[in-house]
Design a protein around this ligand. Structure first.
Ligand SMILES: [Zn+2]
Length: 219
């Protein structure tokens, strides 16, 4: 389970959730198939949780626990937090649950941009035309955590927030990427190349921070 790159994630697996969903899928399959001894424990502790989901029936001649151990309670919590109780299918395989959870992920919002623009920004940051380093920097720019002096100073990592190029201003993202004279010189030097790359001569701070909102060209 991980948030996709095109939704603002970093495609880093959420290992605890992945293990919990795998365990949930295994437990439910076991209860329904009764194909090994562990199935009796699973049924005793977890059948009362999955019966309301229509995944099994209770045999009232056998005992059930209404106060299961912690890990079963955790699986119950996973059903609630991931809203799996709305999954009406009988297919509770890990693959299906993973797809369900991943599909439901929402786009991470970026302040001042619309949802469609955010979608384009995340697609830009995950563009196959970028190298890993570029992707990393583009992602940091989108979530506004580039290691500028201002960012580091506000977290007690740098001694000063001042721009190191002799400007009298704080080195914020806006400054380092746009207002600083060094940045302006660099943009001027590569403006012809950027125009060819993006198809537009109009460069703004927003297009530098988030990539062109009409998307990147792949050629
Ligand atoms: Zn500067």
């Amino acid at each position: 389970m991980w948030k996709g790159e095109n939704k603002g994630g970093k495609a880093i697996p959420n290992i605890p959730l992945m293990i919990a969903v795998q365990c949930l899928s295994y437990t439910i399959t076991n209860i329904r198939k009764q194909h090994n001894k562990a199935a009796f424990f699973n049924t005793f502790y977890f059948a009362t949780t999955i019966r309301p989901l229509g995944l099994c029936t209770l045999d009232h001649r056998t005992p059930y626990s209404w106060d299961p151990p912690g890990h079963y309670k955790h699986l119950k919590k996973v059903i609630t937090t991931q809203q799996l109780h709305t999954h009406r299918s009988q297919d509770w395989s890990f693959k299906t649950l993973r797809k369900l959870i991943t599909d439901r992920d929402t786009i991470t919002a970026i302040p001042s941009l619309t949802t469609e623009q955010c979608t384009t920004v995340w697609e830009n940051t995950a563009s196959p035309t970028l190298t890993n380093k570029h992707t990393e920097i583009a992602w940091m720019a989108a979530i506004r955590c580039l290691p500028t002096r201002y960012f580091m100073y506000s977290r007690g990592i740098a001694r000063t927030a001042r721009c190191p190029h002799g400007c009298r201003e704080s080195e914020t993202e806006e400054h380092i990427l746009w207002w600083c004279k060094v940045a302006q010189d660099i943009w001027l030097m590569i403006s012809a190349f950027l125009t060819r790359l993006t198809g537009s001569a109009a460069m703004t701070l927003q297009s530098i921070l988030f990539g062109p909102l009409q998307g990147l060209r792949s050629h």
